[in-house]
Structures are given as structure tokens and as C-alpha cells.
Ligand binder design. Structure first.
Ligand code: ADP
Ligand code: TRP
Length: 353
């Protein structure tokens, strides 16, 4: 296989639990589509998962599960390089080096940091003055430094492979923006052209944000509102039927409420355009029955997830296959990472005598 002239693509998903439809439509589905035309490198971000101090056995199991889910969703180790982040120790070294050019102010202003810092401190409010709380004096509560430097590590995942395209969901755009800023800053500080500036990629469409069915804005593991690829038929149907709606349209062409729009958004991702139109029309002329819409939605989601679920269950027990694939992937990822790290060390003046 000649990967020489293909653009390099990198993306990863944190090892924090099973993959859900947000991960699937925001990231994984694009991974699968891209593996044919690009030099793709997809990993499981276990180091990033450490920022929330997971149970060690759980973390290990999650890494294996996500690899199984990658394969079940259609990633082919003959086409894509599949690896675990921590199997590339060069990433950790470059993370230390790049941190010397990253400001703690810009890290503290990152939306995801503020969110997760609030969680670590157990703060519910949206108060923006969390800096004080972070520095605070209560020794039982702390925000770990790894969480602050999360974007540095993510930038390194991408820059160390010199990737130009990064398929991620909308929630990761700010991290990508930081990655570009760090790349530019490094290049200009040392007067080199070492790093390309990577961009999000979604085959020309806007970045996807899969909503939750509980009326919340985003489907996410920590939101507890996920439809998982591994959900069995009964569980998934139950979750969809419980989705939050409203009282229904009272007058023709009434604007759609955000909670119901969430259902339409999911439908747009899973059902045929004709089916979506049928329900949009039914909404517009007030004949819609949310129960029918939900049944249809569950049906169409299951068409996508059930075959994937079957393959996940098969693969989860096959440690030998998973370990073989990961060893090969790590080798390839390390090769490129080591070459970049050497350049970075040299440029920064860390040179052997
Ligand atoms: P989670 O938010 O559930 O913890 P991750 O942060 O590990 O999941 O996300 C892994 C990938 O899945 C990223 O590319 C992210 O943008 C994408 N993703 C996660 N949730 C969603 C969502 N609700 N909509 C679109 N993409 C999402
Ligand atoms: N931060 C990403 C997320 O939460 C995961 C991630 C880590 C990633 N390193 C990356 C995504 C590099 C793309 C490229 O989803």
C-alpha cells in the first residue's frame, strides 16, 4: 500500500466508556469514510482519559472496548493505522516540550477546561469566576494540572504526526483552533516550517453536534443521555420512547421547539430524507404524533447500530486479534512520531553530544 502522497489524518476518542451516537456521527463514521482516501491514524486516547482519574481496571477495559468498537464500525487495520495513545511514548515527551510554548491563561480560558474544572470542584453554577475557585485554599478540592494541559496533549497527538485533517465533532473545534495556534507559534518562534495547520474535516458538511434526547444540547457520556452502539434493541427503543417532547404544534407552521428539533436532528442523521420530510410536513400541518416519530426513529437507529453491536460482541472476546492490530499500529505511529520528535528536539536545542 502506498501512502506516500496521501494527506495525513489523525483523530482519537477518549477511553472513558462505550461509544455513543454522538461519537459515531461526530467522529467514527467519518473515520470509516476517510480510511480509503487518506493516510489515516486513529487512536484511543487513554492518556487524555487519565485527566478524570478513572479506575485503572476500568480504563484498561475501556481501551479494549473502544478498539473493538472502532473495528465493529468498519475501521480496517489494513487501511487505517489503529493504536493506543500511550503506546507512543514520543507523544509524552513532546507534550513536555510543547508546554513550554503554551500559556496557562489561554488554557484556563478554554471552554472544556472550565466545564471539567467545575466538575472536579463540584461547582454547579455557570459562574465565570472559577479562577479563584481553582486557586482556592481548600486542600480537598483540586483541579489537576493534566486537565489544564489537555489541549497541549491533543495538539501533540496531531502535530507529532504532521496531520492536516482531523475529523472531530463540533465540541472539539476550540481545541483544534488552539492546535493551529500552537503550530503557528512554534513555527514562528523558531523560524521553521515544521508543523502544518490542521483543520476539522467532515466531507464538506458543517461539524456535527448530536443532541441528547433529554432535551439537553449534547449527547455525551458525562451527560448520561447516550444512545450507545452497544445498546440492545429493548434498551435503545426504551430510551428513544422516553425522549422529551412538548405538547405538539397548535397552529400550522408553528416554529419547532428545541427539544423536538433535537429529535428531528437525530432523524436527519439516521432516517431517509423522505421519512424526515414526511414528519416535518406532519409537524407543519399539526397531524404529527410524537409516538410514531419516536417509533420510526428507534427503527432507523437500530438499523445502523444492531449490526455494529453484533460485531462488537464478537470482537470483545478476541484479545489476540486486538493486541495484534494494536502492536502493528503502534509501530507505525511511533515511526512517524519519533521522526517529528527528533526534529522538535533539535530545533529547541535539545541535542546529543
Ligand atoms: P464524550 O463527549 O461523550 O465524552 P469524547 O469527548 O470522547 O466523547 O468525544 C470523542 C469524539 O466524538 C470527538 O470527536 C467528539 O467531537 C465527538 N462527539 C462526542 N459527542 C458528540 C456529540 N454529541 N455530537 C457530535 N460529536 C460528538
Ligand atoms: N479531545 C478529544 C475528545 O475529547 C479526543 C482527542 C485527543 C483527539 N487527542 C486528539 C481528537 C487528537 C482528535 C485528534 O474527543
Amino acid at each position: 500500500m502506498n501512502q506516500q502522497n496521501k494527506e495525513i489524518v489523525v483523530s482519537g476518542i477518549r477511553a472513558t466508556g462505550n461509544l455513543h451516537l454522538g461519537n459515531y456521527f461526530g467522529a467514527l463514521k467519518n473515520f470509516v469514510k476517510m480510511q480509503n482516501d487518506y493516510d489515516t491514524m486513529f487512536f484511543v486516547a487513554d492518556l487524555h482519559a487519565l485527566t478524570t482519574n478513572p479506575d485503572p481496571d476500568m480504563l484498561h477495559a475501556n481501551v479494549r472496548n473502544i478498539v473493538a468498537e472502532y473495528l465493529a464500525a468498519g475501521l480496517d487495520p489494513e487501511k487505517a493505522t489503529l493504536f493506543v495513545q500511550s503506546d507512543v511514548p514520543e507523544v509524552s515527551e513532546m507534550y513536555l516540550l510543547l508546554n513550554m510554548h503554551v500559556g496557562i491563561g489561554e488554557l484556563m480560558r478554554t471552554a472544556s477546561f472550565k466545564d471539567k474544572a467545575r466538575k472536579q470542584l463540584g461547582i454547579k453554577s455557570e459562574s465565570d469566576d472559577i479562577e479563584k475557585e481553582i486557586i482556592g485554599t481548600d486542600s480537598n478540592k483540586r483541579v489537576n494540572a493534566g486537565l489544564l494541559t489537555y489541549p497541549t496533549l491533543m495538539a501533540v497527538d496531531i502535530l507529532i504526526q504532521k496531520a492536516t485533517k482531523v475529523p472531530v465533532g463540533k465540541d472539539q473545534e476550540q481545541h483544534l483552533e488552539l492546535t493551529r495556534r500552537f503550530a503557528r507559534r512554534f513555527n514562528s518562534f523558531y523560524g521553521v516550517e515544521l508543523f502544518p495547520e490542521p483543520t476539522n474535516f467532515n466531507f464538506g458538511s458543517a461539524p456535527v453536534k448530536v443532541p441528547g434526547l433529554d432535551g439537553s444540547g449534547k449527547m455525551g457520556k458525562s451527560e448520561g443521555n447516550c444512545l450507545y452502539l452497544i445498546d440492545d434493541e429493548k434498551t435503545l427503543r426504551k430510551k428513544v420512547m422516553r425522549a422529551v417532547t412538548d405538547e405538539g404544534p397548535k397552529v400550522p407552521n408553528q416554529p419547532v421547539s428545541p427539544t423536538v428539533e433535537n429529535l428531528f436532528t437525530l432523524m436527519q442523521l439516521t432516517s431517509s430524507p423522505e421519512v424526515v420530510q414526511q414528519y416535518r410536513d406532519a409537524y407543519a400541518d399539526c397531524s404529527i404524533r410524537y409516538g410514531d416519530l419516536k417509533k420510526q426513529l428507534a427503527e432507523d437507529i437500530l438499523k445502523i447500530t444492531l449490526p455494529i453491536r453484533e460485531r462488537i460482541l464478537d470482537l470483545q472476546g478476541d484479545d489476540a486479534t486486538i493486541s495484534r492490530i494494536l502492536r502493528r499500529g503502534a509501530e507505525k505511529a511511533r515511526e512517524r512520531a519519533a521522526a517529528t520528535l527528533n526534529e522538535v528536539r533539535h530545533v529547541m536545542g535539545i541535542r546529543r553530544f
